[in-house]
Design a protein around this ligand. Structure first.
Ligand code: BES
Ligand code: MN
Ligand code: ZN
Length: 498
């Protein structure tokens, strides 16, 4: 997929298809007005006849529009003019790409009405064009036996007209968004794969694959069960114990700069299937627990993104990967286990397994004396209750770091919201028998989970993202969303020196 900005008038831009927007009630913006003039008012005539209403999401493909340099014209509804904003623009662009993907069009010139500049500046405009295009063209790597439908032909997206002064920023945005589309497809593929394919060993093989692709900038180390035992990761081993699939601990070290700068460490929950273990989950939607490795996939994709863009930062990815299954040897409620940090944990609920595997990985992060640590995890149903599927939850021990993540989310429409994390919550984890319990009752469940992790990050600058509500969608459009990679990519791109 290639992305370019153009600066000539839309009617004069050559392509297989020019894409313009029309507001509800046939109102035209400045781009579509100019196109209407080139078409000798035939656009207005069409609208007057009622052939196109301009409702949001509506599209109409017109063949051989005389007066344009493009061989087709695609009309896209923008909704009511007074309400048109960044959100409306994103939706209109997605409708356009989805319509183009059903055709044989290879090169499209997109001249949709831009949202107000104060809502979306030139850089983030370019970035969003590439990101949304890639997102809409993604197809699930399904295992259906019927012959695959022909992939979309769309391969070049031109966007404009862009004023000369803005060209640099729009191009920089496109250059940031294009690799994001690639890394996002990797994340979504890993999430969508069935759990009998995407196992801990499969995630490890994917990490190796990244090492092959990105050469000497990326070094990957993989610990097998014996290696994990040597690391004394008792909590990761305990969660893994009920499974026939061996666990893996995956370490990715990306060196984007020779300068001896402390790295940023990203940690991702890699439970490739979460049945709940002995504290077994209810059957409905249990299949969706194949997505319980989306934190891990976020970390692999983030490293892939940094390497594709050759970001000049030092990054470490840590992925504890295992299954959570019931078995005669499985960890059970009441068991007390010892984490790599030496702290003991009473397992009251084996379904609170994410925090157990993360605590050992967070402890491993210490050896890098990192600049900061951020973990990503589909950690709690409580976070979904609190924020729904619109915002990821952010918690941590450093408000400036949390704010950076929240702001990256706001800029990229991959939104996140900070929840309070004070000592009050940690007190709820008291156990009579061990240093702490792994659960703390129903109240504030997203935060008490973070409080558990907080017991392993003392002295580190740390943030935690709970992506349980945002990493995938259920229902008819079931599948991985690619979130929060867009947020993370922006966060990484803005690190000093990047
Ligand atoms: N992977 C789940 C969290 C989850 C549940 C994400 C549903 C998305 C949808 C996690 O391992 C889990 O089971 N958490 C428990 C914690 C509880 C036992 C304290 C939960 O949220 O119910
Ligand atoms: Mn669980
Ligand atoms: Zn889980």
């Amino acid at each position: 997929m290639r992305f370019e900005a153009f600066s000539r008038k839309a009617a004069e831009q050559r392509s297989d298809c020019l894409v313009i927007g029309v507001f509800e009630r046939g109102e035209l913006g400045s781009e579509s007005l100019a196109v209407d003039r080139a078409l000798r008012r035939r656009l207005r005539e069409l609208l007057a006849r009622g052939d196109f209403s301009g409702r949001a999401g509506e599209t109409l493909l017109i063949a051989e529009p005389a007066g344009l340099r493009s061989t087709r014209l695609l009309l896209v509804g923008l909704g009511a003019k007074a309400q048109y904003n960044r959100r409306g623009w994103r939706r209109a662009l997605a409708s356009a790409i989805n319509a183009l993907a059903r055709t044989r069009i290879v090169t499209a010139a997109i001249a949709l009405e831009r949202p107000p500049a104060r809502e979306l500046d030139d850089y983030y405009f370019g970035r969003a064009v590439a990101e949304i295009s890639g997102h809409c063209l993604y197809r699930i790597n399904d295992l259906k036996s019927a012959r695959r439908p022909r992939p979309a032909s769309l391969a070049r997206v031109l966007v404009g007209p862009v004023e000369d002064l803005a060209l640099g920023a729009v191009r920089a945005g496109l250059a940031a968004g294009a690799p994001l589309a690639e890394s996002s497809a990797l994340l979504r593929d890993l999430g969508n794969l069935p759990p009998n394919v995407c196992t801990p060993r499969y995630l490890a093989a994917q990490a190796r694959e990244l090492e092959r692709t990105h050469g000497r900038r990326l070094r990957v180390r993989i610990f097998d069960q014996a290696g994990i035992r040597r690391l004394k990761m008792g909590c990761l081993l305990a969660v893994s114990r009920g499974s026939e699939e061996p666990p893996r601990f995956i370490v990715l070290e990306y060196r984007g700069t020779r300068r001896a700068r402390p790295p940023l460490v990203l940690v991702g929950k890699g439970v490739t299937f979460d049945s709940g273990g002995i504290s077994l989950k209810d059957p409905p939607a249990m299949d969706e627990m194949k997505f319980d490795m989306c934190g891990a996939a976020t970390v692999l994709a983030a490293i892939d993104y940094a390497a594709r863009r050759a970001l000049k930062i030092n990054l470490v990815g840590l992925v504890p990967a295992c299954e959570n299954l019931p078995d005669g040897r499985a960890v059970k409620p009441g068991d007390i286990i010892t984490s790599a940090s030496g702290q003991t944990v009473e397992v009251l609920n084996t379904d609170a397994e994410g925090r157990l595997i993360l605590c050992d990985a967070l402890n491993y992060a210490r050896r890098y004396a990192p600049e900061a640590v951020v973990d990503f995890a589909t950690l709690t149903g409580a976070c979904v209750v609190a924020l729904g599927s619109h915002f990821s939850g952010v918690m941590g021990n450093d408000d400036a770091l949390a704010r950076e993540l929240v702001e990256a989310g706001a800029r990229t429409d991959d939104r996140a919201w900070q929840l309070p994390l004070t000592e009050d919550y940690a007190e709820q984890l008291r156990s009579n028998f061990a240093d702490m319990a792994n659960v703390a009752g129903r109240e504030g469940g997203a935060i008490t989970a973070a409080a558990f992790l907080g017991k392993f990050t003392r002295g580190l600058k740390w943030a935690h993202m709970d992506i349980a509500g945002t990493a995938w969608t259920s229902g008819a459009a079931k599948g991985a969303t690619g979130r929060p990679l867009s947020l993370v990519a922006d966060f990484l791109s803005r690190r000093p020196g990047a």
